[in-house]
Structure formats: structure tokens, C-alpha cells
Ligand binder design. Structure first.
Ligand SMILES: [Zn+2]
Length: 298
């Protein structure tokens, strides 16, 4: 089976493999969603499935010279369209020379050649338009694979000419960074509480300054850590993903104090939702926690 990854939706895996078994992989494909690494892996699997000279039940043999070169990243008939060194985006000149002017030239070694656009979202509308005619009626030995995080960023005319395979939810880099910030700030605050370190608590709440959204998300995260601390030792599944912090909390505070932390987080969340003054919000959070911190037991 190709596309055999747990992140990929079942229907996508089924569709791709049925097409591959029947030798009907479309000539113009868009891989959307998932993440960068998954997209690249799937693009190579698709390219491999159309290029392998001894495909078995839709799966590349892994041993023919095409398979070996694809695995080594050195197959001359896979053409990755990436920006030139020190450039941010693919240029129109590159499209002319790498794609348009050589489109009808036969493949070097395999029966097909595959153009992969690893970051299709960064292709300008001018470039997307320049490609339209080629992707609509490519020579029979040509395949195009567009990798894009967000299909909405592509021109409708491109989308409508591609067969799309969705690889699962996208967690964009920006969202990932924000989630990490929430996680780390919440952990830092919990650790300061457990150490009864008021100065550290003051420092660790600093990132929340003037950031209502982060304050709210941190309060939610801390609530989940407290919940995990309260159920520590039972078989309840962890909600927070912060096992160590939940364990420390459970060791440092009694049930009543933990419930007070939870109440304090509820207050912060509802204040944040009601658009309370951002600076008052963080002062309130610090002072609520500073009081509870004194109840530390171990
Ligand atoms: Zn092969």
C-alpha cells in the first residue's frame, strides 16, 4: 500500500491505492493538508508509483533502477521546482526553463517524468496562470504534483484542473508556535507555584502581559493540568499532556488548594472573555496564585 500513514484520512488512502492498482493515477495532482514532510513523502510515493517499471499491485517494487534512484533522491525524471539559491520564490524564468520549454522532451530514463512543486502556496498568480495550459493538457508521459498546505491559496483555475488528495488536518507553523508558547508558559507558571517561588511566578507570567488570548489559553491549560493532578494515581486519561507538572502539583498541594487554583483559572478565563483590562488581568492572576501558593504542602 502507498500513502500508508496513520495521519492520512482513510478515504484518501483507499482512493490513491485503487487508482494506483488500476494504473490510473491522474496526471495532475494536488496534495493538500497534512504537513510538509508528509506531503513530500506522499509526492515521492506517487511519482514512484508512476515511474516504477515493475509495479506490483499498485506498489513500487523497490528494486528496479527507477525505484533505487528515487529512493536515493537522484532520479533525473523527478523535477523539483524550488526557488534558486538565496531566492524566496520560484521565478517565472525558472518555470519557463524548467517546465514550459522542456515539457515535450521525453523522460531521460523512466517511462514518465514528474514535476513536483513542493511549496505550491508560494507560487505567484502569474506563475500559476503560466502553468494552466500545461497542466490542462500535459503530454501523456508528464505528471504534475502540487503540494500545498492551504488549497484556498491556489487559484481556482488550478484547483479545478487538479485531482486533490487531502492528507489530513494542517497544523500551520504559526499555530504550532502559538500552542508551544501556551504550553511552555502554563508549565512555567505551574512549576513556579510548586516551588513556592513568588519572584519566578512574577517573571513567568510576564509573557501574558497585553496578550488576552494567551492569558485565556494558559488558564485553560493550567485548568487541565490541575484536573490531571486531581485524578493523579487513578486510571483517568491525562488531558493536559503535562504529566510531570500534574505530578508536581499533586505532590505540592492538597485537593482544596488544587480546587482553588482551578477556580482562579475560571475567574481569569471569564474575565478574559469579558474583555477585562489586560494589565488588570495579569495582576489578578498573579495575586490569586500568590495566595494559593502559600498553601503548598510539600
Ligand atoms: Zn520499481
Amino acid at each position: 500500500m502507498i500513502f500508508n500513514s496513520p495521519e492520512i484520512p482513510e478515504h484518501t488512502i483507499r482512493a490513491v491505492n485503487t487508482l494506483s492498482v488500476n494504473g490510473r493515477i491522474p496526471q495532475t495532482v494536488m496534495l493538500s493538508g497534512g504537513n510538509d514532510a508528509l506531503q513530500k513523502k506522499c509526492a515521492l510515493e506517487l511519482a514512484n508509483a508512476v515511474m516504477c517499471s515493475q509495479l506490483k499491485n499498485g506498489v513500487p517494487c523497490g528494486t528496479c533502477s527507477d525505484c533505487i534512484k528515487i529512493k536515493a533522491g537522484s532520479h533525473p525524471d523527478i523535477i523539483n521546482i524550488v526557488p534558486e539559491k538565496d531566492k524566496k520564490n520560484v521565478s517565472k524564468e525558472q518555470i519557463d526553463s524548467l517546465v514550459l520549454s522542456s515539457l515535450y522532451l521525453s523522460p531521460n530514463e523512466a517511462a514518465n517524468k514528474v514535476y513536483i512543486f513542493p511549496d505550491a502556496n508560494s507560487l505567484s498568480p502569474v506563475i500559476q496562470n503560466a502553468l494552466l495550459k500545461s497542466i490542462e493538457e500535459p503530454p501523456e508521459f508528464v505528471m504534475f504534483i502540487f503540494l500545498c498546505e492551504l488549497r484556498e491559496k491556489m487559484l481556482e483555475t488550478i484547483i479545478s484542473r487538479c485531482v486533490e488528495f487531502h492528507l489530513g488536518d494542517t497544523l500551520s507553523a504559526k499555530i504550532k508556535t502559538e500552542n508551544e508558547k501556551v504550553l511552555n508558559t502554563a508549565k512555567d507558571i505551574v512549576n513556579a507555584l510548586c516551588k513556592e517561588d513568588e519572584f519566578s511566578l512574577f517573571l513567568k507570567t510576564a509573557p501574558l502581559q497585553k496578550n488576552r488570548q494567551l492569558t485565556k489559553q494558559c488558564a485553560e491549560k493550567i485548568t487541565n493540568i490541575v484536573r490531571d493532578a486531581l485524578t493523579e494515581g487513578s486510571n483517568a486519561p491525562l488531558l493536559s499532556g503535562c504529566e510531570l507538572e500534574a505530578y508536581s502539583l499533586a505532590r505540592s498541594f492538597g485537593t482544596q488548594s488544587l480546587l482553588k487554583i482551578k477556580d482562579a483559572m475560571d475567574i481569569i478565563q471569564s474575565d478574559a472573555a469579558m474583555n477585562a483590562n489586560e494589565n488588570l488581568l495579569i495582576t489578578r492572576l498573579s495575586s490569586l496564585l500568590a495566595v494559593i501558593m502559600k498553601e503548598r504542602i510539600g
